[in-house]
Write a protein of this length. Structure first.
Lengths: 349, 305, 398
């Protein structure tokens, strides 16, 4: 006989399943309409700098780059949060580590983009491996708290490093420079930065699209939905979660490295828990465990903010209501909303 | 550290810890009994502070202002719980985190729209001077008030939870909700009341700390995280744990930052020592929590059986 | 999968409509556009608000014009956050195409945002922050400080401490560029012993720990640089801890001006502080400023307001001198450097590094005619025709 009230106590029955998450999309045919739409989107994205130049609004290129960079960070969180079901409240730490690794190198005179990439991957990979190895032994609210704790530790560490600005932040004048023979590709050029970020985003989305339906992807989703059973079935749950955690961390770090190139400035605020919260907002807004969720969530939140602040000082107020509505009524984010509009049957996932 | 300095810093740590306890107590009850992560708890602290500042300016009386703020915030908390938050009890932690994060945005801006970004709040003039505790040790009267009120509320809460019927229901709910419901308690009303009490406690902390810090939008965000750390250390659902946890965290943070600064000044330039000291003290708090999680994951005084 | 099409279409049209709404910057042909970014919210907002109000008053008294051209001042709030300031600078410079940027209160915020101006050849007129780095090795032809070098008030205070025969002092300042500059300045002139040097977190408001340490160190005097809300809280808590009885509190003008006097109240009476300007200066420019500001805003201006006002006057003089030809940056900079305007502080001139050379005075908080408190200055400046210690490291030579 079923218990009268389902207990939601975290440690009693294992992590509460994240409700209503979609099964990953079956690999299937992409119909011509979608293919056309994707091509249009790609063309618009690739042509954006020229379009903006023609409109006389090249100021907005840096805004577009910001969306793309946040999309990369949100997508990386989606991997860990959506696909693997790990509510990591410290993801901003990896973005911040990437930003600081690159920023510190530039401030010390090392401008080679290759070095920056190497340092970012090494530092964030190592940090994610260590943090993951420790945190993934816990579950439920304790996992949330311990990932938060590590992020806060890094936040205070950044604050303490007066040599690299501390809480005043670190200003850099140069940017990442990629040299291919005689051609120098300097990320100080707004278009260069935009295309680099776009390439990174494209690669991430492609990889995620392939990952979802792959064997490993389906294993990860299986353990998200019920890791006790997955373990019983013989999946190496800890190892799987750790791999996903590290990959997501490194991708977040790359977003951070790009962001310090965009801003020319990094401060400990990038590591603050409210930034992790913002990334989570983007993921849920866009759609958990979907390929496009990170991009759509980032674009939606940033565009909402930009549009609202043109009319009112209180854009945070309205953003909060939108978010609340999404959490309460559109649990699968904007992607899910669109899927639901198409077919009511799809709502049950 | 010379002994007068040590005593004074310990008192400071205790004062900070007791205020942290007022937040942690409400949070641990809500989490323990309703199994809900409420990120908007810090916003209730902020609302309490703003209401106090507004009422004190309106009535000219510190006491009336604070009491009024506490009452109003308690009512607001109950209304919030009944109208919105109870729909989140059945949801998973992630949804709770996101919904209450949204609530932070709404409440921050809502307060800004009503009151502006910050309001002035001063300690009552009678308490703006020092009290001589020991020869050579003068301690601000206002902080002694905070210590007094904090201690009194800690005792009152302990008595409420341990010695009253309502407290027994709360403890039962915290340790096993299914059973408590099966035994016939009116869970809804209990939850609303618990939430209201938690909100009122936040308001006390906000109103009392207002003159020392600043009553400003977003003031809840930093102290909120520390409150979560405290309840994890103390044990979710345990008032005793919240008290011990807050005092420990308060003292580690306060004594740590000054002690470490003094230590670092021996071999670092003063700007670096001043930056490193508080940072390492804050890190120490999180390391402490991580250690507790590793060694005794249910916390120091677990409420759950 | 039609929903993907819907999504892409939605995203594209959302983006396009955003551009349509906010795109298309207005090109200003015959006017002067100024971006004023300042701290207009939070515990230290009084400073930014005064700078803004002083600047806008200067423009208003000129008939809404600067140098004969209609002036458009775009005001925004940096919320005490460097990254917000950076974005606002970028918006003003790249989207709104301003001719000047001005307004920032805090050195750390300004240092984060300045590169936007430098990279786009836009002149920045600082009505407040003026760090030692830009006075010296980082000096830049696009940067003009119409206020004072960061160290100056504190050098004056150190000198004043000497005249008072103070032998031991405990120092407190926030841990950022201006804090570092302030205590360096004090130590440069002060001849006694520094028994403690404590850097607090910028924005910190609870000073229990620092006050306990001060008590243990038993100095003769305490010198603090804590502007805005920080100073208000410190002084209140200082009095609350009973330290006022045995130790002299010495202040720079930043912690003893009207924005601190009003909330702290009678505890401020009699406290000495140093500044480049005082409300009781009798020169005609200041008398006009004092009268008009109080008429317009119904409050006594702080030194921040006087700086905002002087910034407007400086821009007015320079634009007038180049006859409105703002595109000629070299001529504009030369005109700015000549500074042919009547400042409310009295005589004003720029040093080779585009920082002021001026007098600094001692002030004391006394009673005004209406029973409140206001600063009153001593006639003799404590430092006369004083520049800064960093000008030698600046590559600009005249």
């Amino acid at each position: 006989m079923a218990p009268p009230i389902e207990s939601r106590s975290s440690e009693a029955t294992g992590p509460a399943p994240v409700d209503d998450l979609p099964m990953v999309a079956r690999p299937g045919r992409i119909d011509t309409a979608s293919r056309a739409a994707l091509l249009i989107l790609a063309a618009a994205a690739l042509g954006l700098p020229f379009i903006l130049q023609a409109l006389g609004s090249s100021y907005y290129l840096s805004f577009a780059s910001r969306i793309v960079i946040y999309a990369i960070a949100a997508t990386s969180l989606n991997l860990v949060l959506g696909y693997a079901g790990l509510v990591s409240f410290g993801h901003a730490a990896f973005v911040g580590l990437g930003a600081y690794a690159t920023g510190i190198l530039i401030s010390e005179g090392v401008v080679g983009g290759g070095w920056h990439l190497l340092a970012t991957v090494a530092v964030t990979g190592l940090a994610a491996a260590v943090i993951g190895a420790i945190s993934l032994r816990t579950r439920g609210v304790y996992f949330i708290m311990i990932t938060l704790a590590f992020a806060q530790m890094l936040y205070y560490l950044a604050n303490s490093m007066k040599g690299y600005g501390g809480d005043e932040g670190l200003n850099i004048r140069a940017r990442s420079l990629f040299g291919f023979g005689a051609i120098a590709y300097d990320l100080k050029n707004p278009s260069a930065l935009y295309y680099t970020a776009l390439a990174a985003l494209g690669a991430s989305l492609l990889a995620l699209d392939r990952f979802g339906p792959s064997r490993m992807g389906r294993a990860v989703v299986a353990l998200r939905d019920d890791d006790v059973r997955a373990e019983a079935l013989g999946f190496p749950t800890f190892r799987l979660k750790l791999v996903v955690f590290v990959v997501a961390g490194v991708l977040g770090g790359i977003a951070g490295a790009l962001s310090v190139n965009l801003q020319g400035y990094v401060s400990p605020n990038v590591l603050h828990w409210t930034q992790s919260g913002t990334l989570m907002v983007m993921v849920i807004l866009g759609g958990v465990a979907t390929v496009w969720g990170g991009l759509i969530g980032a674009a939606a939140l940033l565009l909402l903010q930009e549009m609202l602040s043109a009319y009112t000082d209180h854009w945070e107020f309205w953003t909060g209501w939108v978010l609340l509505a999404v959490v309460l009524f559109a649990r699968r984010g904007l992607v899910g909303l669109a899927a639901g509009l198409r077919s009511p049957r799809a709502r049950t996932g | 550290m010379p002994s007068v300095l040590l005593i004074e810093q310990t008192l400071n740590g205790l004062q900070f810890g007791l205020m942290l306890f007022l937040l942690a107590a409400g949070l641990t009850l809500v989490f323990g009994v309703m199994d809900m992560i409420n990120l908007a708890h810090g916003s209730l602290y902020m609302i309490g502070a703003f209401l106090a500042a507004w009422l004190v300016a309106l009535t000219g009386s510190f006491v009336i202002g604070v009491l009024g703020a506490v009452g109003l915030t308690g009512l607001f908390g109950m209304a919030l719980e009944a109208a919105l938050l109870r729909t989140l009890y059945a949801r998973d932690h992630l949804s709770q985190v996101l919904a209450t994060f949204a609530l932070i945005l709404i409440l921050n801006d809502g307060v800004k729209m009503l009151f502006g970004t910050d309001l002035p709040l001063s300690a009552p003039a009678a308490l703006s001077g020092p009290v001589e505790l020991l020869p050579g040790l003068q301690y601000p009267a206002y902080r002694l008030l905070i210590l007094g009120v904090g201690s009194a509320l800690a005792i009152a809460l302990y008595l409420l939870v341990q010695k009253t019927r309502m407290g027994a229901l709360v403890r039962a709910g915290a340790s096993n909700r299914a059973m408590a419901t099966a035994m016939g308690t009116n869970i809804s009303a209990l939850f609303t009341l618990v939430f209201g009490i938690g909100a009122a406690l936040c308001a006390v902390a906000g109103a009392l700390l207002g003159p020392l810090l600043a009553v400003q939008v977003g003031m809840g965000e930093n102290i909120l995280i520390l409150a979560f750390v405290v309840i994890v250390i103390g044990g979710i659902g345990s008032i005793r744990g919240a008290l011990v946890g807050s005092v420990l965290v308060g003292c580690i943070d306060t004594l740590g930052r000054t002690g470490l600064q003094q230590l670092f000044r021996e071999f670092l330039p003063p700007q670096w020592a001043s930056a490193a000291g508080p940072a390492i003290a804050s890190i120490a708090v999180y390391v402490f929590m991580a250690v507790v999680l590793a060694v005794r994951p249910q916390g120091l005084f677990p409420a759950r059986t | 999968m039609i929903h993907r099409t819907l999504q892409s279409a939605a995203a594209a049209s959302l983006f396009a409509s955003t551009l349509a709404l906010v795109g298309g910057a207005a090109f200003a042909a015959d006017k002067v556009k100024i971006g004023l970014v300042s701290t207009l919210s939070g515990p230290s907002s009084a400073l930014g608000v005064d700078i803004r109000d002083g600047f806008l008053l200067g423009v208003k008294l000129n008939g809404g014009k600067l140098g004969g051209l209609p002036a458009e001042v775009l005001v925004s709030d940096d919320q005490f956050k460097p990254d917000v300031a950076k974005q606002l600078f970028e918006k003003n410079i790249k989207r709104d195409k301003v001719d000047f940027m001005t307004g920032v209160v805090f050195s750390n915020i300004m240092l984060a945002a300045l590169p936007e101006a430098y990279d786009n050849n836009v002149i920045y007129i600082s009505p407040n922050a003026a760090p030692s780095s830009i006075a010296g090795k980082d000096c830049n032809p696009l940067f003009f400080a119409v206020s004072w070098p960061n160290d100056a008030y504190h050098e004056a205070a150190g000198q004043f401490a000497n005249t008072r025969n103070l032998k031991s002092v405990y120092l407190v300042a926030p841990n950022y560029q201006a804090g570092k500059d302030s205590l360096a300045g004090f130590k440069r002139t002060f001849k006694g012993q520094v028994v403690g040097e404590n850097y607090t977190k910028l924005g910190q408001l609870d000073y229990a720990a620092e006050l306990a340490e001060i008590r243990a160190a038993k100095p003769q005097a305490v010198y603090i640089f804590l502007p805005g809300g920080m100073g208000i809280n410190f002084i209140k808590q200082y009095v609350g801890a009973g330290l006022g009885k045995d130790t002299t509190l010495l202040l720079p003008g930043f912690s003893a001006d009207q924005d601190v006097i009003n909330p702290v109240g009678s505890a401020m009476a009699g406290l000495f502080n140093t500044a480049h300007w005082s409300p009781d200066f009798t020169n005609p420019a200041n008398q006009k400023f004092m009268a008009e500001f109080q008429k317009e805003y119904k409050r006594v201006p702080t030194l921040y307001a006087s700086q905002g006002y002087d910034a407007a006057l400086l821009i007015n003089a320079a634009v007038r001198d180049v006859k409105g030809k703002l595109e000629d940056r070299d001529a504009l900079r030369k005109a700015l450097k000549a500074a042919r305007f009547d400042s409310v502080r009295g005589p004003f001139k720029f040093n080779t590094n585009q920082y002021p050379i001026q007098n600094y005075y001692v002030r004391t908080v006394g009673s005004d005619s209406k029973g409140g408190l206001i600063n009153k200055s001593f006639n003799e400046p404590i430092l006369r025709d004083h520049g800064d210690a960093y000008v030698q490291s600046c590559a600009m030579k005249g």
